[in-house]
Design a protein around this ligand. Structure first.
Ligand SMILES: [Cu+2]
Length: 143
């Protein structure tokens, strides 16, 4: 009986952890292919806050890249530039789209060559909770 109760407590604890982690939903995740030897790629996805409280995306990381950061493309006087973003706020129930020409994941120093049709795991960190790991499909063009 004691063993059963212990198992139930463990089960409840893991449901709790899953709901905190599950508040960030990542869909349509993809990485644009780059010429061989490129040291910089970009990742895109729709980030949705399925929770009932605001969520802050605070960064990202992947074993496939030396560094992953949050970026935004902007145009100033007709010149395209990129800014690093410290974080991205997502209101309860809202989505933020990472797309070409806008916000994106800057993927630096790939370890190996991302090939079209392959997929790469990227962890997106968010608070509260632990964020989510998603499979990013490597593609030549936008889906
Ligand atoms: Cu960038």
């Amino acid at each position: 009986m004691r063993r059963l109760i212990t198992l139930m407590v463990l089960a409840l604890a893991s449901i709790e952890a899953a709901s905190a982690a599950g508040r960030l939903e990542v869909t349509g995740a993809w990485i644009r292919t780059a010429p061989p030897g490129a040291m910089m790629l970009a990742g895109y996805a729709t980030l949705r806050n399925t929770g009932d409280a605001p969520l802050t995306v605070i960064g990202a990381d992947s074993e496939a890249f030396g560094d992953v950061s949050l970026h935004e493309s902007i145009e100033i006087d007709g010149v395209a530039r990129m800014n690093a973003l410290g974080s991205i706020e997502i209101a309860a129930g809202a989505s933020v789209v990472l797309a070409p020409g806008g916000k994106h994941l800057m993927l630096m120093r790939p370890k190996g060559e991302p090939k079209s049709g392959g997929s790469i795991k990227i962890h997106i960190a968010a608070k509260p909770g632990e964020g989510t790991t998603a499979n990013f499909v490597v593609r030549d063009t936008a889906p």
